[in-house]
Ligand binder design. Sequence first.
Ligand SMILES: [Zn+2]
Length: 344
Amino acid sequence: MSCDMKYVVDIAQEILAIPSPGGDTDRAVERIEREFAFMNIPCRRTAKGALIAVLEGQSDLPARCAVAHVDTLGAVVRRIEDDGRLRVLPTGGFGWGSVEGENCTVFTLDGRTYSGSLMPDKASRHAFHVEGTDDPRTDDTVAIRLDEDVNCVDDVVSLGIGVGDMVSFEPRTVVTQSGYIKSRHLDDKACVAVALGACRHFVDSGKKPARTTYIYISNYEEVGHGTARLPEGVGEMVALDIGIVAKGTNSSERAVSICARDSRTPYDRGFVKELAQLAKSGSIPYRIDTYFRYGSDASMAVGQGEDVRFSCIGMGVDATHHYERTHLEGIKANLDLLVAWMES
Ligand SMILES: [Zn+2]
């Protein structure tokens, strides 16, 4: 593992362990802010709570921006049931089946945290008919079972838990001997780690990127309003976001994907070509792919009217918005392509 990669994997694991469901991302943002400070990279927070760091470039050509999002899927408490279970609404797009039985943390407004699990109402195979345990999982048939002695609404309220409280699911991060990294929320924390790895590369080597480059850590991507406005003077942006590995897609866990089209828009053809050429000349494994149900901070920004060349690259990830998995080779390919672009 190259030095950069060890750093990327370590910081990825650290950030993955910090809960940051959409709407409640400050803890993770603070950690990343500290990382920029360690590297002496100037950084500011936007009013919305995102982070913008800047690496000064060698030329005064129009600036660039690389964006990765720190917000993750999660849930919000919607109702406390008579039996003390918590009905929740999802934050971001996922099926309840993907978090069934998963441990979670509830964050109260006064700063307390409680553990629980996301359970279907009819979980027990011994207590319910087969038809019951196989019921579809909907907002009304799954709930959080708190690990507290709660049997009614008042019991829950007395813990300080209320409607609107945030819920994060355990990421269960595992790095295997064979080089796979399995975790929830690799989307997009693996890419945040890659962005930090690229910063580390420039700081450690004392080199400057070809152009001034902003590193934008957005915090509402999963719910569709991540990067809306870019810093002044940006002419080119790359969203760092996962490639989709599944039957029928072209991505690979061992390569970086370059997005040619998502559900919002085709991507800038010339930019796709440029990135593919950078990958080819650097012997970086890459795949060009199209995503059928997908949006990135880049397609979001241009959809909001930003006048920039835009693209989206990211390591291929299997089972996205479920228990995700990628490979260290994919992360490395992502890092190498990002650095190659910043140096070009
Ligand atoms: Zn994402």
